[in-house]
Write a protein that binds this ligand. Structure first.
Ligand SMILES: NC(=O)N[C@@H](CC(=O)O)C(=O)O
Ligand SMILES: [Zn+2]
Ligand SMILES: [Zn+2]
Length: 441
């Protein structure tokens, strides 16, 4: 199949291209970029005559498809919350062309059989679904999985997301092994003993609703531990869903030390604070919790100056019944795939804190680098995979979870007006979303 995207504003973090150009796609790859300022232009009349699909992207941004390093697809075992297919439809609707799914499923992804079953079924997904392996068997924090076998069978990285490996000896062994294998560890940083029964940020929110609080130190102390372990062992460490000013400062320290550490921030952590929780609504409950203005400011600064290289969603779908419970009982987590681009645009790009190139860098190019697929993904260069998102920076829309492709409707953004909309998502040179999901023929 041949496809031509004409007249769009092409944004490619790999080359710095940031201007009007046409993109020619052949089969599953980008064939050529015609840059107008270089006197190049694709012949779209001819393309149309030949029956090729021509997409007019005038006034829109054409960017590499977003790569989300952190989603929960709940498959196998918890598919009443989400499954690979619905999760991947939500991704396509959000402009996300590659996701990395966390292993806290039922059973846990801790052996080759479970991993291969997921990867086989993921072939029918609407976007590229990569799967992480857990670090320890059953995520019990005791015995390491066969990391080499999991890597060989296709695991993209290792994580115990949902908790930290609290036994530092076990964790250090995992880091040593990861370093030996060149694998990435994605860390959920939370001190289990300190967090106790905490559910909301310790401060205005926990006081207002009379529930146990989660202080910043719950995250900070484990982030520090993990950075030192990574530095010492040489492992590649990626810190998940960073929420505190302390973590941003620790990332600066990690850089100075020369440790191989990257980090992600989720849109809810840079757009909301604990003071935004006005009523008892468990769609404001996630782990780590919404923090304070000071933390949000630090996270935004970290994103803007590059200390925090990636934006991910931590898409964590739960059922309406589960989320209808009060803060103390409801599970942690919110969906994010279908709002992340618009939230990032609305909160960071529209007010001028970062530009559209920064957004593409943090949502696509840097994530590709972190998992080592940037030779073919996260870029719009000839020969790269044709994973593309067309984004309208003008359109405003109101978040309505009923319209989500995800089974999860647990978002705190219901009714909020956002600027910027994903119009079209192309995966492997095929239209997957164009105002609506393109159903499989
Ligand atoms: N983030 C969350 O609040 N929940 C995640 C687990 C996790 O990411 O730690 C989940 O699996 O539901
Ligand atoms: Zn987590
Ligand atoms: Zn998570």
């Amino acid at each position: 199949m041949i496809m031509l995207i004409v007249d769009g504003h092409v944004v490619d973090p790999a080359t710095g291209l940031h201007e009007i150009a046409d993109v020619l796609i052949e089969q599953d790859c980008i064939k050529k970029i015609y840059v107008r300022s270089r006197g190049e232009q694709a012949d779209y009349n001819e393309a149309q005559e030949n029956g090729h699909l021509v997409i007019d992207a005038k006034g829109k941004y054409v960017m590499p498809g977003f790569i989300d390093l952190h989603v929960h697809f709940r498959d196998p075992g918890l598919t009443y919350k989400e499954d690979i297919i619905t999760g991947s439809r939500a991704a396509a609707a959000g402009g996300v062309t590659t996701v990395c799914a966390m292993p806290n499923t039922k059973p846990v992804v801790d052996n080759v059989e479970v991993l291969q079953d997921i990867l086989q079924r993921a072939e029918h997904a609407y976007v590229h679904v990569k799967q992480l392996s857990s670090i320890t068997k059953g995520m019990e924090g005791k015995e390491l999985v066969d990391m080499e076998a999991m890597l060989k069978a296709g695991a993209v990285a290792f994580s115990e997301d949902g908790k930290s490996v609290m036994d530092i000896r076990v964790y250090r062994e995992a880091m040593k092994k990861a370093a030996e294998l060149g694998a990435v560890i994605m860390a959920h940083c939370e001190d289990k003993d300190l967090v106790g029964k905490g559910v909301l940020n310790e401060g205005v929110a926990s006081e207002k609703f009379g529930v146990p609080g989660i202080p910043n130190s719950v995250e900070d102390v484990i982030t520090a531990r993990d950075i030192f372990l990574a530095h010492e062992t040489g492992a590649k460490l990626h810190i998940c869903h960073c929420s505190t000013i302390g973590t941003v400062e620790l990332m600066r320290m990690a850089k100075r030390l020369g440790a191989h550490v990257t980090a992600e921030v989720c849109p809810h952590h840079f757009t909301l604070t604990d003071a935004d929780i006005k009523e008892a609504n468990s769609n404001y409950k996630m782990n780590p919790p919404l923090r304070t203005e000071k933390d949000v400011k630090a996270l935004v600064e970290g994103l803007v100056d590059g200390t925090m290289p990636a934006i991910s969603t931590d898409h964590a779908p739960h059922s309406a019944e589960e989320k209808a419970q009060f803060f103390d009982k409801a599970p942690f987590g919110i969906v994010g795939l279908e709002t992340s681009a618009a939230l990032t645009y609305t909160a960071l790009v529209a007010p001028g804190l970062m530009d559209i190139m920064d957004m593409a860098t943090k949502m696509s190019y840097n994530p590709a680098k972190i998992i080592g697929i940037d030779d073919k993904y996260g870029r719009l260069t000839p020969g790269a995979k044709a994973d593309i998102v067309i984004f309208d920076p003008e359109e405003t829309w109101v978040v309505d979870p009923i319209k989500f492709e995800s089974k999860g409707h647990n978002t705190p953004y219901t009714g909020q007006t956002l600027v910027g909309k994903v119009l079209t998502t192309i995966v492997d040179g095929e239209l997957r979303y164009n105002g609506a999901i393109i159903e499989d023929q």
